[in-house]
Design a protein around this ligand. Structure first.
Ligand SMILES: [Zn+2]
Length: 129
């Protein structure tokens, strides 16, 4: 049983606020999509580039919208996420053309995404002297 803000108790699933990590009843969730080039949907590529935000209140949802409003949207990052999904789900991808079919990307986009991904790998974990 979960006591809601209105004082009622209900048997429900709990949600976690993406901003404050507070828990609340699923029925009180404020949800919406924000642009995010690092996000791809596991089952529906229509939602690629959008992240579903769950917040405990309208003010916390508005703050999350502001945070994502200033996050750079990089096409290469989105393409890299689509490639990662194709390479980690379903049958193995053997050629760059197959990868293009599975992702909906053209070969130059795949090459740019790989370069972007590799450049990020090269800077991650590097320690300053
Ligand atoms: Zn919150």
């Amino acid at each position: 049983m979960w006591k809601t803000k209105s004082g009622k108790t209900e048997k429900t699933r709990l949600e976690l606020c993406d901003l404050c990590a507070g828990t609340f009843a699923e029925s009180e969730a404020v949800r919406g999509y924000v642009p995010d080039s690092s996000s791809v949907n596991a089952s529906n590529d229509w939602f690629d580039g959008l992240r579903l935000i769950t917040a405990c209140s309208e003010p916390h949802f508005a703050i999350m919208q502001e945070i994502y409003r200033y996050r750079p949207f990089a096409d290469e990052e989105l393409w890299a996420a689509k490639i990662t999904r194709a390479l980690t789900t379903g049958p193995p991808v053997l050629t760059i053309e197959e990868l293009g079919c599975r992702t909906g990307l053209h070969v130059p986009e795949i090459r740019r995404a790989i370069a972007w991904h590799n450049a990020r790998l090269g800077t991650r974990g590097r320690r300053e002297p």
